[in-house]
Design a protein around this ligand. Structure first.
Ligand code: MSP
Length: 475
């Protein structure tokens, strides 16, 4: 069976990973683990987008060659993901030799198919986005994302006849209603109607840091064309992608440019482009000047990687923009410690002195768990990722709650012998099931738990998963 192929955008390594890139990457890692937890193989790939003007300039500013600079930064990204317990099946870099081969092969295929022509390009270019803007797309003459005036450029360039794919794209969207992200279809469809050709090269005098055109060494590949095909290079038999995650700012590249390029080169198209909103902090876009930047690594240092994953997966809405309130972080940590952390601690302690391992499964415990697992599996198989993220956090909390109330109702401390064992074993085995379902999010906690948990009985009965933080009052 082909694994479910999950991708994140590959990040510009011009700065350290931030909360935005951590968000997409943690969600992707979580999904890959969740598929596997339910017995469905998955392949998850992330990486760095290392070519282009932005990187070249940044390297020069630091007195480094582009290669030296991206080598250092790519290492930082790998390290950061490790700290956040993100484990991709491949970390792809666009400077990897096999990727450069892919890009050259793709350019040859575009040329052979008659999809490329040479022309002149004049326009307004935002280096931050690595793309041209039309006047109409600017806000007060500035790039809407970087709030900087774009640069005027006029260059000899190769063009991809993207406009020729307009009808095929529209037909594809109609035949594959899940491809485009729900709630954002209209916006894309309206713009596709005016689809233009795409400039896919930069002259050598403007940019040297990129993949050279195989049939014209005076030109270098446009970074976005280079970057998008990372998904092909990294596929390793899992093609086509099933789930491609991204923030709303790069939807156009993935929903329009990407499928047109694939149609032109004859590859099967991805199943779903899954778009999430932006995360704000204290109600505003994160910015250094506002001083509201949350560094995901500092957060992990302070509260642990599981907390960062919990916050981003269970506490931030997926499709719409989310907001993190810094003053609430401690409360959210206490919520995690007080529900799942406390439950694990409580149930393991109750297992002390339990002699038997045999028990009858009580539907009061397992009913809810089974229902949730079935629902998750259904949504995952249908690639309803927005739905999965809507129901997951609450589902996990609901089960933790159920188990806690089950213990409170049965009061095993008032029972004896077989009756006591029966109640405690139900709670314990329910907890084992809960931790299996929570493991894709709470990677570290689950690892600790399963170190002591056994099929019949735990090896130890003392375990504190999320200890109180200094300065944080336990509730
Ligand atoms: N290199 C391109 C992607 C090429 S993929 C073929 C790129 N890189 S990036 O480093 O700018 O990517 C940033 C990713 O983080 C995007 O998915 C973007 O939407 C996401 N986010 C950046 N800031 C964000 C928030 N504040 N909140 C959530 N995600 C945001 O684009």
């Amino acid at each position: 069976m082909k694994p479910v192929y999950i991708t994140t955008p590959i990040y510009y390594p011009n700065g350290r990973p931030h909360l935005g890139s951590a968000y997409t990457t943690i969600v992707a890692d979580f999904l890959a683990r969740l598929y596997r937890a339910l017995g469905i193989p998955s392949r998850f790939v992330t990486g760095t987008d290392e070519h282009g003007e932005k990187l070249e300039r940044k390297a020069r500013e630091q007195g480094k060659t582009p290669k030296e600079f991206v080598d250092e930064m790519a290492a930082e990204f790998r390290e950061a993901w490790k700290k956040l317990l993100v484990e991709p099946d491949r970390f792809i870099r666009t400077t990897d030799p096999d990727h450069i081969e892919t890009v050259k092969k793709v350019l040859e295929a575009l040329r052979e198919g008659g999809h490329i022509y040479k022309g002149k390009y004049e326009g307004l270019y935002c280096v931050g986005c690595e793309r041209y803007y039309s006047e109409g797309e600017l806000v007060e003459g500035k790039c809407p994302f970087h709030l900087k005036e774009p640069e005027h450029k006029s260059i000899d360039a190769y063009f991809f006849r993207m406009s020729a794919f307009r009808d095929r794209l529209l037909e594809f969207y109609r035949g594959n209603p899940k491809f485009l992200p729900p709630g954002r279809k209209e916006e894309i469809l309206n713009r596709v109607k005016e689809l233009q050709d795409l400039c896919i090269s930069r002259p050598k005098e403007q940019l040297t840091w990129g993949v050279e055109f195989p049939f014209d060494p005076e030109h270098v590949t446009y970074v976005w064309v280079d970057a998008l095909f990372n998904y092909l290079t990294a596929s390793n038999g899992a093609w086509p992608p099933d789930i491609q995650l991204m923030g709303k700012d790069i939807m156009w590249f993935h929903c329009v440019i990407w499928p047109s390029l694939l149609m032109a080169t004859g590859y099967e198209l991805p199943k779903r482009e899954v778009v999430h909103g932006f995360i704000n902090v204290d109600g505003s876009k994160m910015s250094k000047s506002l001083g509201n930047v949350i560094d995901p690594l500092e957060l992990a240092e302070e509260y642990g990687a599981d907390f960062v994953r919990y916050l981003l997966i269970a506490k931030v809405p997926f499709r719409d923009d989310g907001n993190i309130v810094r003053d609430e972080l401690e409360k959210i940590y206490r919520e995690l410690a007080g529900s799942i952390g406390n439950l694990a601690n409580r149930v393991l302690r109750l297992m002390e002195g339990v002699r038997s391992t045999e028990f009858r499964r009580d539907p009061a415990v397992f009913g809810e768990i089974e229902k949730f697992r079935k629902e998750l599996e259904k949504q995952l198989r249908e690639l309803n990722i927005e739905k999965v993220l809507d129901i997951y956090g609450q589902g996990i909390q609901r089960i933790a709650h159920r188990l806690n109330s089950y213990i409170n109702e049965r009061e095993p401390w008032k029972l004896d012998g077989a009756e006591r064992d029966e109640a405690v074993l139900n709670a314990y085995r329910g907890l084992v099931e809960l931790m299996k379902l929570a493991a894709p999010m709470l990677v570290e906690g689950a690892r600790k738990f399963f170190k002591v948990a056994g099929d019949g009985k735990p090896g130890e009965t003392r375990l504190i998963l999320y200890p109180p933080k200094s300065g944080i009052k336990s509730s």
